[in-house]
Ligand binder design. Structure first.
Ligand code: SAM
Length: 211
């Protein structure tokens, strides 16, 4: 999702109280930001933030961080944040390629990847958020019993992801090719993209990625 560039969005995002502007400084001490020792869950490529805010409302005992590369997209999430008071959600405008610069070993319990960009050209494969390069980054900051939960409508990207899991120390659990007609649908929270794809009748694929 890349909205048209919005003039001043970088500055507006940086000034927002829900945004962490120097995340490197919190590496290894994110719990001090939340002032508790609750588990930390990330969503990478959080888009307009609906999924993360719904999770945060349902699970006050979990701390959530949304990572989004573009401030023009993050602006939309921040507008929604101002409608409700959340103490367990923060956002970072950041490229997840540098994830290990901002999170220490074992600092994260779970990572959500929802409808990640497919990067269809082979030469861009390492930019896919489920590539072995990204799995290695997750490996460095996830707890040993931590997991990555990935949802997509894109079958080639899903197949690629399963191959990458097989080629690494990760393993795939609870694979479904049609989440909305599976037992996992009960606990599912829809993202903005998911609502659109489900309305179009597209099946949603999901996998839990563990070590
Ligand atoms: N997760 C949302 C949803 O399901 O509605 C948005 C999906 S959108 C297709 C993918 C989002 O991931 C975009 O907002 C994009 O800017 C963001 N993104 C892509 N690569 C990223 C990266 N390396 N780091 C952070 N965000 C990224």
């Amino acid at each position: 999702m890349r909205l048209r560039n919005i003039t001043g969005s970088n500055e507006t995002v940086a000034k927002n109280r829900h945004v962490i502007t120097e995340p490197e400084k919190l590496k290894g001490s994110w719990n001090t930001l939340f002032a508790n020792d609750n588990p930390i869950h990330l969503e990478i490529g959080t888009g307009k933030g609906k999924f993360l805010m719904e999770l945060a409302t349902r699970n006050p005992g979990i701390n959530y961080i949304g990572i989004e590369k573009y401030s023009s997209v993050l602006l939309r999430a921040l507008e929604k944040m101002d409608e409700t008071e959340y103490s367990n959600v923060y956002f970072i405008r950041f490229d997840a390629e540098y994830l290990t610069n901002i999170f220490a070993e074992n600092e994260i319990e779970r990572i959500y990847l929802n409808f990640s960009d497919p990067w269809p050209k082979d030469r861009h494969a390492k930019r896919r958020l489920t590539s072995r390069q990204f799995l290695s980054r997750y490996n460095q900051c996830l707890q040993s019993d931590g997991e990555v939960i990935f949802k997509t409508d894109n079958r080639p990207l899903f197949d690629f992801s399963l191959e990458e899991i097989d080629a690494t120390e990760w393993r795939a659990k609870c694979i479904t090719y049609d989440l909305h007609n599976s037992e996992h649908v009960e606990s599912n929270i829809m993202t903005e993209y998911e609502e659109r794809f489900v309305a179009e009748g597209k099946p949603i694929h999901m996998v839990r990625i563990c070590r």
